[in-house]
Write a protein that binds this ligand. Structure first.
Ligand code: CUO
Length: 673
């Protein structure tokens, strides 16, 4: 990393700080002044500068997305790192802090000269989006009280999170408020942004799949703590029972996010602070019903009235129906076939819900946490909203032709046995608590001469190993390579009853997906839980990056991987909590022919595999030709199940599929690794 690059990265620190006299570039606002060889910022950055500092920046709001595009383009057009540094310096302090960090992160990920650098954790950039204002003040006090011989100041937050345990929903606060889950969500939307001109392979489908998987995982933890699965927010005309009080601050002046009382009713949107036109709840319902009509009619209608069929049985380059629907629901105006007709359902739902407490801005209250990708997952209503969105996709998926025996089987391979091993125990996994320190003083100024740390509690588990034995035929057409797909789901529903295939279908969480070189005869695969294709192995702190500087080798592969794959699911949340008395889960292992799964990648595509299941691969195609969620995205042919209430275990009649009962026990103790 050269000094220009380091200076760019350093500008991720203390976003609320105004540039000092020496750092500031007053020429920026002088009309007609050329900066960095491009058009002058005052004319170019009108949208970006229209969002006041210290206020909410929301990529769910179209005008904010356009502002982000303007700023990202301005940074991306810099012809050298030096010019980028210049532009970033000029803009810092002039535009909204969240917008600034979003655009700077965007450019670090995508600009060829920058993307070998690692991005530090968003937790350190905006600690006030991860810990309540009371903890921030506690940190301030601790810093003030600290003695000269103290090298650092540490303040703990958790494990109670913002819950009181008076409301049932508080039982999963540890999950919703987990720093890794929220930073994953922020990172995912940075990697797959809407309206920023980013064309990613199967973007719409991954929008569906990644969010569906988060819901499956949330439901697993809900069942672990004795809650029912999430109910979709389908009726907008009745109050939402669960309120949310984030206790987080939007800026360094102590401004708080809007909160929602229990039993609030969604209102027509009449605020004027985001440049949005007045907007009625009935418009959301209308968009929803148009999309549902498209699903049932089997086609979408574009701006010119042309029909585009919706089916998942396509040959590339035709897009799968689920991909088109994902784009339509997420409403990227350059990708959605007809955003005027099908609307902006997903994003506007976030906006309307986050304005529920002050829909006409009469109280001058900020939007709620649902308006920001780094905070939305803290709110119970996020899951109800996304269940509603997922329900659209599932409506489509259940009318797709069921998978046939031919599509599901691989007769030359038999999965002989499956087990997980951890701490010398077979098929018994253990969860508990751990802590992780973040340097909050990288993001907020505590006026301290030493690092001010926040110690966050999070769920964790002992690492484990999958032990999978495959028997491959000694003759005949044996695939050279196979894909191993591992899923996990709770075995019992809320009533303690084993679930049918259709009831359990949406609870299967992908645990791993990898390829294996097959040899004839017995193959014994040992695979560590830490290698999972959904997880991101680490969340880097600023200190990590300083202590392990990046090699001066632009494009050093491991760092490029980090930036893109840094959006993976947190490793510490790979397992659901389970119960103290032990909770039964089922592992599902399926082996398929890699020759049918593989995707021809463009030359020079990076071979990243970390977190590819949720985040795709930088500059490459999604690395699995099957529909995302295969084989649980659709029903299997009825004859494959023992009707009328066939179970997933019925599929083990196919040699390439096996299942194993396991138990997850929550110890409520510290897990140290
Ligand atoms: Cu990730 Cu609604 O898409 O938040």
């Amino acid at each position: 990393m050269d000094s220009e690059q380091k200076q760019v990265l350093d500008m991720l620190q203390r976003p609320f700080r105004l540039p000092t006299q020496r750092e500031s570039h007053p020429i920026v606002f002088e009309v007609g002044t050329r900066v960095g060889g491009s058009e002058p910022p005052p004319q170019r950055l009108t949208l970006a500068r229209s969002i006041p500092r210290g206020t909410v920046f929301s990529i769910f709001v179209k005008s904010h997305r356009l502002a982000a595009k303007e700023l990202c383009d301005y940074f991306m057009e810099a012809s050298s790192v030096q010019e980028l540094r210049q532009r970033v310096e000029e803009v810092r302090g002039l535009v909204n802090e969240k917008l600034f960090i979003f655009a700077l992160s965007f450019v670090i990920i995508r600009k060829p000269e920058m993307r070998h650098l690692r991005l530090p954790s968003i937790v350190e950039i905006f600690p006030c989006m991860f810990v309540p204002v009371t903890t921030v003040s506690e940190m301030e006090q601790e810093a003030r009280k600290s003695t000269p011989d103290q090298e650092i100041v540490v303040t703990e937050y958790g494990p109670e999170f913002s819950s009181t345990h008076l409301k049932p929903e508080h039982r999963v606060a540890y999950w919703r408020e987990d720093y890794g889950i929220n930073s994953h969500h922020w990172h995912w939307h940075l990697v797959y942004p809407v309206d920023l001109g980013v064309m990613r392979d199967r973007k719409g489908e991954l929008f569906f799949y990644m969010h569906q998987q988060m819901l499956a995982r949330y439901d697993m933890d809900r069942l672990s703590v004795g809650l029912n699965r999430v109910q979709k927010l389908s009726n907008w005309r009745i109050p939402i029972p669960d309120g949310y009080f984030p206790k987080l601050t939007i800026n360094n002046a102590g401004q708080t996010w809007g909160s929602r009382q229990d039993n609030s009713l969604v209102q027509d949107y009449r605020r004027e602070d985001f440049g949005l036109l007045p907007f009625d709840v009935s418009e959301l319902e209308q968009w929803h019903s148009r999309i549902m009509d498209a699903i049932h009619q089997g086609y979408l209608v574009d701006h010119d009235g042309n029909q585009t069929r919706l089916t998942d049985n396509v040959k590339p380059p035709e897009k799968r129906g689920i991909d088109l629907l994902g784009d339509t629901v997420e409403a990227d105006s350059s990708i959605s076939l007809n955003s005027l007709f099908y609307g902006d359902l997903h994003n506007m739902g976030h906006v309307v819900i986050s304005a529920i407490h002050d829909p006409d801005y009469a109280h001058r209250e900020n939007l709620g946490v649902m308006s920001d990708t780094a905070t939305a997952m803290r709110d119970p209503v996020f899951y109800r909203w996304h269940k509603y969105i997922d329900d659209i996709f599932q409506e489509y998926k259940v009318i797709q032709p069921p998978y046939t025996t031919e599509e599901l089987s691989l007769s030359s391979v038999e999965v002989v046995s499956v087990a997980v091993e951890s701490q010398g125990q077979k098929n018994q996994l253990i969860t508990g608590w751990s802590t992780r320190d973040f340097e909050a003083s990288r993001g907020l100024d505590f006026n301290a001469d030493k690092p001010v740390m926040v110690r966050l509690t999070h769920l964790n588990h002992h690492p484990f190993v999958y032990s999978i034995k495959l028997q491959a035929a000694n003759s005949g057409s044996l695939p050279k390579e196979v894909t191993v797909r591992i899923f996990m789901a709770p075995k019992l529903n809320e009533r303690g009853v084993e679930m049918s295939f259709m009831e359990q279908r949406l609870l299967w969480a992908e645990m791993d997906r990898f390829t294996h070189d097959l040899k004839p005869g017995l193959n014994h695969i040992l695979r560590s839980s830490t290698s999972s294709s959904i997880t991101n192995s680490n969340e880097f702190t600023f200190r990590d990056l300083e202590e392990r500087p990046n090699p001066d080798n632009p494009g050093a592969p491991e760092n490029t991987l980090f930036n893109f794959c840094g959006c993976g699911w947190p490793q510490h949340m790979l397992l659901p909590r389970g119960k103290q008395e032990g909770m039964p889960f089922e592992l599902f292992v399926m082996v398929t022919d890699w020759n049918q799964d593989k995707v021809a990648q463009p030359d020079g595509a990076c071979s990243c595999s970390a977190a590819a299941s949720f985040c795709g691969i930088l500059d490459a195609l999604y690395p699995d030709a099957r529909p995302m969620g295969f084989p649980f995205d659709r029903r299997p042919m009825p004859m494959l199940l023992n009707r009328p209430v066939g179970r997933a275990s019925d599929l083990t009649r196919l040699s390439n599929i096996a299942m194993q009962d396991i138990t997850i026990t929550f110890t409520n103790a510290q897990i140290t690794q």
